[in-house]
Design a protein around this ligand. Structure first.
Ligand code: PGA
Length: 263
């Protein structure tokens, strides 16, 4: 298998799953299954109430943890919001931002995702910025335009924030909405060409960052299709929903790189 110089990243997105008691075994088993590897990072983005538990169980393991959103405010009268600084208190290394389920359910926009990214970065949290077109947009021949627009909302943040994005290694997660929670994932060739396109857009502004940025894929990634998707040269890892709810399956996805890239 050919691998790029970029360190790989596999992220579990638990969405609204997990229970306090059941998580104990799950997190211990995952900790046991995933060993540190110089070429791969692993992370688990879980609901806010379980961040403390993740911190307790996963500290000093191969697995980092993170949240699934960040407020666009620092603090104040914003009932139900959770700030980036609060997430830092629980050792979060990552946060998902702009996930399509947030865009669909609470009408988050590119602009609000960009604001959230800025707050995450200022708290030293690595944003995983989720972008991707809907089925209608793909059928209408618009996927590149949509993705470019989503991407530029973040690339066009001011110079100071952009510098922070590089410093904290902003991650892009390409998640075509039609492939999330679907029967099948996107085709590896489709994903590869979109990831190349994403890198090209970034390269127009910053060739060095385009070469370094990790672009991961999400959308029905599982243990059966991981090898074909993750072996594509511009796919630097995965964002895994359903298949991350099973320790064995998630570990198998994670092991793809650990086996392919000698330690
Ligand atoms: P899925 O979810 O793997 O269940 O398709 C991925 C995601 O929404 O991040």
């Amino acid at each position: 298998m050919e691998t790029s110089h970029r360190k790989k990243l596999i992220v579990a997105n638990w969405k609204m799953h997990g229970r306090l008691h059941a998580n104990i075994d799950f997190l211990h088993q995952l900790r046991q299954a995933l060993k540190p590897h110089p070429a791969v990072d692993y992370a688990l983005c879980l609901p806010y109430p379980y961040l403390f538990q993740a911190q307790q169980i996963l500290e000093n393991s191969a697995l980092a943890w993170g949240a699934q959103n960040v407020s666009r405010y620092d603090e104040g009268a914003y009932t139900a919001s959770v700030s980036a600084k609060m997430l830092s208190d629980f050792g979060c290394r990552y946060a998902l931002l702009g996930h399509s389920e947030r865009r669909a359910v609470t009408k988050e926009t590119n602009y609000s995702a960009a604001q959230r990214i800025e707050h995450a970065l200022r708290a030293g949290i690595t944003p995983i910025y989720c972008i991707g077109e809907t089925k209608e947009e793909r059928l209408g021949g618009l996927p590149n335009m949509v993705v470019a627009h989503q991407l530029c909302a973040v690339l066009d943040l001011n110079d100071e924030v952009y510098a922070l994005a590089k410093q904290h290694q902003l991650v892009i997660a390409y998640e075509p909405v039609w492939a999330i929670g679907a029967q099948v994932a996107a085709w590896p060739d489709q994903v590869q060409s979109m990831h190349q396109f994403i890198r090209k857009i970034i390269a127009e502004r910053d060739p060095q960052f385009a070469n370094e940025v990790r672009v991961i894929y999400g959308g029905s990634l599982n243990a059966s299709n991981a090898a074909t998707l993750l072996s594509m040269p511009d796919i630097d890892g995965g964002l895994v929903g359903r298949a991350s709810l099973n320790v064995e399956e998630f570990s198998r996805i994670c092991s793809y790189y650990a086996i392919a890239v000698p330690a």
